[in-house]
Design a protein around this ligand. Structure first.
Ligand SMILES: [Zn+2]
Length: 313
């Protein structure tokens, strides 16, 4: 593997080599990370042209926005422990004309990331196809690393999931089954641990469990109710603190029964009134506190004083 590819292929064999596992098992006090979603190179043009299926033949705007995000994050002091991109890295679906160029240009923009801030990738519906199959999942893993895996950071267990296998696994039921078994194992291990007990458990996936309310109707932007309820039960039982997602291109979410469902707007195309931005997430001994920042605001002002205070506790 070429050196330049290293930052994109750190998730292998269901773990993540961007952080040193044994050191990271230990809680050493509060820290923060950056959560972002949907750079989705190509959507802004496709949306403007009213052709979200076949359009998206230009993506210079999203490249610029991604570079702005990288620059803003690079300037933060203290440094975030990592930055996670919660899916829809590019707009072009697998095997469509602009895919290769969009992936190439996104990688080029992300190479500007400070090497001390590991990038964590999450797969979205556009990355895998709305109905993924063995081949599209394989293609994603070759380009960006595993589609689901776990890692530790400062005593916190992070689970990265492939939400497309929850949404529609009709063309790859065995992959869905494998992720479910793996997830069950991860959650059981974490909740029954005596040693290596995580301070918190966090989940990252592209499609939100829900947008505002756990009982809301199914739609394009959330997971189907039966799947949602099943995951909510599992997560709550295991003590998962928060689920971070994207996909909605707007900020949303809610906290129910102690589980925070966080929906972050996009680096790229906005479908609501939010700004192009990323989320700052502070993890303390007892809490996970987060706030969405516009790219401009983060670059000009950095992390707010009250959040920085939490890091000193
Ligand atoms: Zn999406």
């Amino acid at each position: 593997m070429a050196d330049s590819e290293d930052i994109f292929l750190r998730a292998k064999q269901r773990t993540f080599s961007g952080l040193t596992e044994d050191v990271e098992h230990e809680w050493r006090g509060p820290f923060y990370f950056i959560q972002a979603a949907d750079p989705q190179l190509g959507l802004m043009k496709a949306w403007k042209d009213g052709d979200c299926d076949g359009g998206g033949d230009e993506w210079a705007e999203e490249v610029e926005l991604t570079k702005q995000a990288v620059e803003a994050v690079n300037h933060l002091q203290p440094r975030p422990r990592f930055m996670v991109l919660c899916g829809d890295l590019v707009h072009a679906m697998p095997d469509t004309p602009f895919r290769e160029g969009q992936e190439r240009d996104l990688k080029a923009a992300l190479k500007g990331m400070d090497p001390s801030i590991p990038l964590v990738f999450v797969s979205g519906n556009h990355d895998l196809g709305n109905t993924p199959n063995d081949r599209t999942v394989e293609q994603y893993c070759t380009a960006w690393g595993d589609d689901y895996f776990s890692f530790w950071v400062g005593g916190v267990l992070c689970l990265v999931l492939n939400s497309q296998l929850f949404y529609d696994a009709s063309a790859c039921p065995e992959l869905k089954e494998a992720q479910e078994i793996w997830l069950e194992e991860q959650l059981n291990k974490a909740s029954s641990a005596t040693e290596l007990k995580p301070k918190h458990i966090l989940v990252f996936q592209h499609i939100p469990l829900y947008l505002k309310n756990p009982d809301e109707e199914d739609d394009y932007f959330n997971l189907q109710r039966i799947v949602r309820q099943n995951l909510l039960d599992k997560f709550k039982k295991a003590g998962v603190k928060a689920v971070f997602s994207g996909h909605y291109h707007r900020n949303a979410g809610g906290c129910h029964g102690g589980l925070d469902m966080v929906v972050s707007s996009a680096i790229g195309c906005q479908l609501g009134e939010d700004t192009h931005g990323v989320r700052v997430v502070v993890v303390t001994d007892s809490d996970v506190v987060h706030r969405y920042y516009s790219l401009e605001q983060l670059r000009m002002q950095g992390v707010d004083e009250d959040l920085r205070k939490l890091l000193q506790a």
